[in-house]
Design a protein around this ligand. Structure first.
Ligand code: NAP
Length: 497
């Protein structure tokens, strides 16, 4: 089945995809649409509705009332529906993967993997939710000084209300369900604002939830450009929590949002520190996987290599040999390197490359670009005065900085505004742990490239890389608040007889 056909036919109105509210697919009253440009052909591939502020207001009201009933729905029933949605999503992996290929130029096999991983994430969340949300606490008062045993305190976790979910273009399905599933299992309702590039994949994914039979109004999806409806959504009084994944936009949202819980998964400049005793073949493979998969458009991509000078020549040679094996071309051919998401993104990457050239970096390959397609490039002898030493290219361009000591590497890592992940390669586990402790990042991987998954691991950024901790369990907890009920017993002088 192709995208927009079969069970997905009802989400299309002519050549424009509808938005989803009150359990129905609708056309926006504005009559305006937003074009989604195929990064490979650079032509309009799809169109989505440009939702208006009135439509957002309506959706917020619907989400608020639907949430009240949903919170009363037994946990096992919520889990059952999530399992159903997961199965439907996996069943329709082909048409959804097709959208990912056309909207964000994700290599064909990776696109299928993203959908299947998302189904697994939903199922795991349902199971984890049943376990952790079924537990509470029981406290008695006489453990605190001055108190008699006259108060019994019961705690449980209750939902926050309406969760606004805003994922980025690079994982529009996986990073949407990583918000939707925890929100729903915890008894919340959802308003999803998908990224423009990735919106149609997101709408297909939402239709799988629709087919699973969730109550009307509980799940909603409004489309439109973030720059146009973003502020209205994030500052809307009907929103009780924002779960956002993306770049600097998240810093702006954090400043503008009201007094509500925020989950912010933002950018990174993940450093790969390579010590003298490292297994250089292993490092080279991980640099390729970490730095160049999905053309470097991953928050946890290796974004700077910090290698001890004495092994730098050998490492660069090995990485160069592996770069030469990467295939470059369209996502339909499952090429390793595919066009980056937009022309502006390609121009930004080119700006970093030209700056490095002007300041004397060594180009290990010739710089080559056709449209949005940029050939993989390793830049050696990068110095801290070059922009690429600090900025996130979000493309297949990787800087190597040669260092004279481990301390120099840690210093570079910690001088970054970002603090998402990092990795260290050494055979000395004691040293690795000390370096991990010294690196100011949310996660450090020892002898492997940074990675978000498996999806139940805690995942968090510090500094400009985020607020809060994600991963399935943490996200469920984050989307709840603690409610306590205190049973007050008579004073100790009271007699029962
Ligand atoms: P982005 O430009 O910040 O956009 C992210 C989302 O925000 C999109 O849905 C976008 O919608 C929306 N948006 C734009 N302006 C908005 C506004 N004023 N208010 C509310 N929403 C608004 O990021 P991106 O280019 O899609 O993604 C790449 C970035 O995400 C990189 O920095 C990457 O490191 C980061 N990322 C982080 C993680 C993590 O877990 N830490 C994971 C993946 C990616 P439109 O598309 O309509 O503009």
């Amino acid at each position: 089945m192709a995208a927009g056909t079969g069970v997905f036919a009802e989400i299309l109105d002519g050549d424009v995809y509808k938005y989803y509210a009150d359990g129905e697919w609708k056309t926006a009253s504005s009559g305006k649409t937003v074009a989604i440009i195929n990064p490979t052909t650079r032509k309009t591939q799809y169109k989505v509705q440009a939702c208006s502020q009135e439509e957002v207001n309506k959706v917020m009201d619907l989400a608020k009332s639907a949430q009240k009933l949903w919170a009363k729905t037994p946990l096992w029933k919520r889990a059952e529906l999530l399992h159903k949605a997961a199965a439907i999503l996996k069943e329709h992996k082909a048409p959804i993967a097709e959208c990912l290929v056309k909207e964000i130029a994700k290599p064909a096999k990776d696109a299928v993997t993203e959908v299947v991983r998302s189904g697994d994430l939903i199922s795991y969340t349902a199971e984890e939710g049943v376990r952790i949300l079924g537990e509470g606490k029981f406290l008695v008062s006489d453990s605190f000084p001055g108190n008699e045993r006259t108060k019994y305190c019961l705690t449980s976790k209750i939902p926050l209300g309406v969760i606004l979910a805003i994922p980025p273009f690079n994982y529009p399905v996986n990073l949407a369900v990583s918000k939707i599933a925890p929100a729903l299992i915890a008894g919340n309702s959802i308003v999803l604002k998908p990224p423009t590039q990735g919106a149609v994949s997101g709408l297909h994914m939402i239709h799988c939830f629709h087919l699973a039979g969730f109550p009307k109004g509980l799940i909603n999806c409004v489309t439109g450009k973030g720059s146009e409806i973003g502020d209205f959504l994030t500052m809307h009084p009907g929103v009780n929590c924002i779960s956002f994944t993306g770049g600097d936009t998240g810093i702006g949202i954090s400043k503008k949002a009201g007094m509500i819980p925020l989950q912010m998964e933002l950018g990174g400049k993940d450093a790969c520190i390579v010590l003298e005793d490292a297994d250089l073949d292993l490092v080279a493979i991980n640099i390729i996987k970490g730095g160049f998969s999905y053309s470097g458009q991953r928050c946890t991509a290796v974004k700077v290599v910090l290698v001890i000078e004495s092994v730098a020549d050998a490492l660069v040679e090995k990485v160069k040999a592996n770069v030469a094996k990467l295939t470059v071309g369209p996502p339909e051919d499952d090429s390793d390197i595919t066009p980056v998401v937009s022309e502006s993104s390609a121009n930004y990457i080119e700006g970093l490359v030209l700056d490095a050239k002007e300041k004397g970096a060594t180009f290990c390959q010739e710089y080559k670009r056709e449209g949005n397609l940029i050939w993989p490039l390793l830049l050696d002898h990068v110095r801290p005065d070059m922009r690429i030493a600090w900025e996130e290219p979000f493309g297949p361009v990787l800087p190597v900085i040669r260092i004279n000591s481990v301390e120099e590497g840690i210093h570079h890592c910690n001088a970054s505004n970002f603090g998402l992940q990092g990795c260290v390669f050494t055979k000395d586990v004691n040293k690795a742990i000390l370096i991990s402790d010294a690196m100011e990042t949310g996660t450090v991987q020892i002898n492997s490239a940074p990675a978000r998954g498996p999806d139940h691991f805690p995942f968090q950024g510090i500094k400009d890389s985020g607020i809060g901790s994600q991963g399935i369990t943490n996200s469920i907890n984050m989307m709840t608040k603690v409610k306590t009920t205190v049973i007050n017993l008579p004073s100790p002088s009271y007699t029962m007889g």
